[in-house]
Design a protein around this ligand. Sequence first.
Ligand code: ADP
Ligand code: 5GP
Length: 183
Amino acid sequence: MTAPILVITGPSGVGKGTLIKGLLERVPGLELAVSATTRRPREGEVNGVDYHFLGEEDFERRVAAGEFVEHAEYAANRYGTLTSELKRPAGGIVLEIDVQGARQVRDALPEAKLIFIEPPSFEDLERRLAARASDRPEQIERRLAAARDELAAAGEFDHRIVNDDLQRALQELSKLAATMSPL
Ligand code: ADP
Ligand code: 5GP
């Protein structure tokens, strides 16, 4: 049986990972799907925990074998959700994916709930990406370029949450998740 699916999307640096961490602490049984990527691990990231880090060839082979429920190219790297991640028995699964992937999940799994996280302003997004200090300047530029298109797509999704104050946004997200029985 497939677990209930919550999709969190929005531009890089908006706070998706931070919000999901808080949500997982609040909702017992909820699990995060571990995405696959061809991006290099950041310092401290662990294979199989933060991502399944794959080489280009391995990623492409899995695409050809139909192993992904969705996949996309983002900021010059590839990312995708393996179907096997959705089959684990769980009280619910959260996907943290980009807008292209969220559209694919919406089409493939209409029962999934899609939430778009918005920054208070574009300048806040720039500040957060810089403050996170995890990406090189050209990666930050690519992410900000992608963000302009992503922000324009916010209205396509079931719900929108502005991540202004973290605790406030987390409360809004938790309330929304609680309405998604049996999450
Ligand atoms: P994403 O997963 O969307 O790329 P992160 O969760 O990594 O974003 O957050 C990006 C940066 O913004 C991090 O340094 C995080 O601590 C910070 N951040 C997250 N939420 C807020 C917020 N509400 N206000 C200010 N900074 C935030
Ligand atoms: P990062 O490199 O910062 O970890 O992730 C960059 C972007 O890729 C983020 O917007 C993140 O949501 C997205 N992403 C992470 N995993 C997946 C995935 O499995 N599929 C898709 N489509 N996007 C993903």
